[in-house]
Write a protein that binds this ligand. Structure first.
Ligand code: IMP
Length: 204
């Protein structure tokens, strides 16, 4: 799905863009990726809680961005992402962050479920949504990154499922990549790259 853009009738006067997340690591990543967009990126207010109870990545991204925009009266951007494993019927999917209590245990659970399984195909997926200050969806983007789940984790970088996900074209795990390489092929990097021209347009 390519990015969708909805036109504004009014002249833009606000340059703030809330990132609908409380993750400080994520805002640093976004600041780098959005460095060519003339906006001020802010982390969502601490007092705001948005429940991720949608049935799809897209539903969750829309819910987060739309609620943050409506409550702050400001533009906002949200993403929802996860890993889908073919032999596990797409699991962990939207439950990627809740598949066990921490990253190590989540990796252990996946490796146990794939024990003896030949088909190791998997993909990461990211859905991104941008909302206008009234909560209307103005941009959407989705991207995937394909690879395989390896049996023995490799690499020291990254987070989450990075050490067990070997990306197809480089044969490196996400945990073996530096940020520049990961951004160029990751689901989130690709989804964000697609909408940068639209974001530049809005904040021009
Ligand atoms: P969220 O989109 O921030 O809610 O993240 C969902 C979950 O998916 C994370 O907590 C990770 O477990 C997993 N995930 C998403 N993107 C990545 C990635 O690039 N590497 C490793 N794990 C990821």
């Amino acid at each position: 799905m390519g990015p969708k853009i909805y036109k504004f009738g009014k002249k833009l006067i606000m340059r703030n863009l809330f990132l609908a997340s409380k993750n400080k690591g994520k805002i640093e990543e976004y600041k780098k990726l959005l460095s060519t967009v003339n906006c001020t990126l802010l982390l969502q207010p601490d007092s705001l809680e948005v429940e991720e109870d949608g049935l799809t990545f897209r539903d969750n991204a829309i819910k987060k961005a739309s609620e943050v925009s409506r409550k702050t009266n400001t533009f906002s951007i949200a993403d929802d992402s996860g890993i889908c494993i073919e032999a596990l019927d797409g699991k962990p999917g939207i439950y990627s962050s809740r598949y066990a209590e921490n990253d190590q245990k989540r990796i252990e659970r996946v490796l146990k479920e794939l024990d003896g399984v030949q088909n190791r195909s998997a993909f990461f997926i990211a859905n991104i949504c941008v909302c206008s200050p009234n909560g209307e969806v103005i941009i959407e983007s989705e991207a995937k990154c394909y690879g395989n789940i390896i049996s023995n984790p490799r690499g020291k970088g990254g987070f989450g499922y990075d050490p067990i996900f070997e990306e197809s074209s480089t044969r490196l795990t996400f945990a073996e990549m530096n940020n520049v390489i990961k951004d160029s092929c990751s689901h989130r990097g690709k989804a964000l790259k697609k909408i940068i021209p639209d974001l530049r347009d809005i904040f021009s």
